[in-house]
Design a protein around this ligand. Structure first.
Ligand SMILES: Cc1ncc(COP(=O)(O)O)c(C=O)c1O
Length: 396
């Protein structure tokens, strides 16, 4: 097969869809500030409000419950720091999971320094936590629970609706603990409805759904107050002051509209490609381990540990072959430490080290999968030949 370029890192960022770009283009030269009193400003304000309504309608929220942010990190930070600091007198205990994104874990780390107590649950061997685990960890002073909807590295989907229902029967003052979920990776791949999930806060991110990078949103239930992380003007109800990222917001609106509209056609198509890639790797390459749940996973996620090799070395070889994948989260890929997500599954350090994530997308074809399956086995073999490691087969 001829050399080709295969982008399989959509979970880090998907390229901007041309239809999204076209919408953004319309506003590129727009004059005015959305807060300006004149007509030019009003046009922009209306455009922003239309996107707010669009985002709200996709997740079943009210427009005034949607705040625009700079992406997943800020939405997670705002949900966690914003509620913990707002309601500190109601309790200082928070529950989350070891396999969460750094945007959650580092915010919790900060809160520990501020005197909060954090319980991090262990996910099961497939990367999921159960409602029973969450309920068992509840204390009288738990004010917040944060569990992601779908994991960015291994694709495992958590039973958020069950956890939300269980928490609802344990609420104090009808409010605590608040329940936040990070849905950055889930939106566009499954139904994301705040009532069905029973969540109080939900994080969204445009970059994962073919929108621009650096724009996201946080849904917060009307009855929940957030303490702002920044100070300034009256934008976004003063919770997120500063002139709005107009182009980003316009992009997010069209991206989420398309993701929802095309979900029904996209999911079965990409699931078939995912399954072909998993089966193909397992057939052709010995000593591999599929990370995450076999079925209960995102339709575009393939995460495999290749024993006896380093993920980064394989990534470099794949890159030279025109295959663009990742070892996991873009935030940690600069470090050579194995992924905290794979380690949280209870696998040994040596196994976690050789993990690669292939995240497929709208443009992925059968030929792309065939190309990966052709290129990958000899590269793995080559690296194993020079590897000093030989992991015991019982570990996978
Ligand atoms: C689950 C999850 N949460 C949060 C983030 C952070 O998003 P951003 O880098 O856009 O702030 C990401 C992106 O990698 C993610 O996948």
């Amino acid at each position: 097969m001829d050399m080709r370029e295969v982008y399989v890192d959509h979970a880090a960022a998907a390229p901007i869809d041309t239809r999204v770009a076209a919408n953004m283009q319309e506003f590129l030269g727009a004059a005015g500030n959305p807060s300006s009193f004149h007509t030019k400003g009003k046009v922009l304000r209306d455009a922003i409000d239309a996107v707010r309504a669009q985002v709200a309608s996709v997740i079943g929220a009210r427009p005034d419950e949607v705040i625009f942010t700079s992406g997943g990190t800020e939405s997670d930070n705002l949900a966690i720091l914003g509620t913990a600091r707002q309601y500190a007198e109601k309790g200082k205990h928070i529950i989350s999971v070891k396999s969460e994104h750094e945007a959650v874990l580092e915010a919790l780390n900060q809160l520990e320094k501020e005197g909060f107590e954090v319980t991090l649950l262990d996910p099961d061997a497939f990367g999921a936590v159960s409602a029973d685990q969450v309920i068992a960890a509840l204390r009288d002073n738990t004010i917040l629970v944060s569990v992601m909807l779908a994991n960015n590295e291994i694709g495992t989907i958590n039973p958020i609706a069950e956890i939300g229902r269980a928490l609802n029967s344990n609420k104090r003052e009808n409010l605590f603990p608040l329940f936040h979920t990070d849905a950055c990776q889930a939106i566009g791949s499954m139904e994301v409805n705040i009532d069905a999930l029973h969540v109080d806060m939900l994080t969204l991110n445009a970059a994962k759904i073919y929108g621009p990078k650096g724009i996201g949103a946080l849904y917060t239930h009307r009855g929940v107050k957030l303490k702002s992380l920044q100070y300034g003007g009256s934008q976004e109800k003063r919770i997120r002051p500063g002139t709005e990222n107009l182009l980003g917001i316009i992009g997010l609106g069209e991206a989420i509209r398309l993701a929802e509209e095309e979900r029904e056609a996209y999911v079965p198509r990409v699931t078939a490609l995912r399954d072909k890639l998993i089966a193909g790797i397992q057939e052709r390459i010995p000593k591999v381990r599929l990370n995450g749940h076999r079925e209960n996973r995102l339709p575009n996620n393939v995460n495999i540990s290749f024993m006896d090799i380093e993920g980064e070395a394989l990534l470099l070889y794949l890159d030279a072959a025109g295959i663009y994948a990742s070892t996991g989260s873009a935030c940690t890929s600069a470090s050579l430490d194995p992924s905290h997500v794979i380690l949280s599954l209870g696998v040994p350090y040596e196994v976690a080290h050789g993990s690669i994530r292939f995240s497929l997308g709208r443009s992925t074809t059968e030929e792309d999968i065939d190309y990966i399956l052709e290129q990958l086995p000899p590269l793995v073999e080559k690296l194993r030949k020079i590897s000093p490691v030989n992991v015991d087969e019982r570990h996978f």
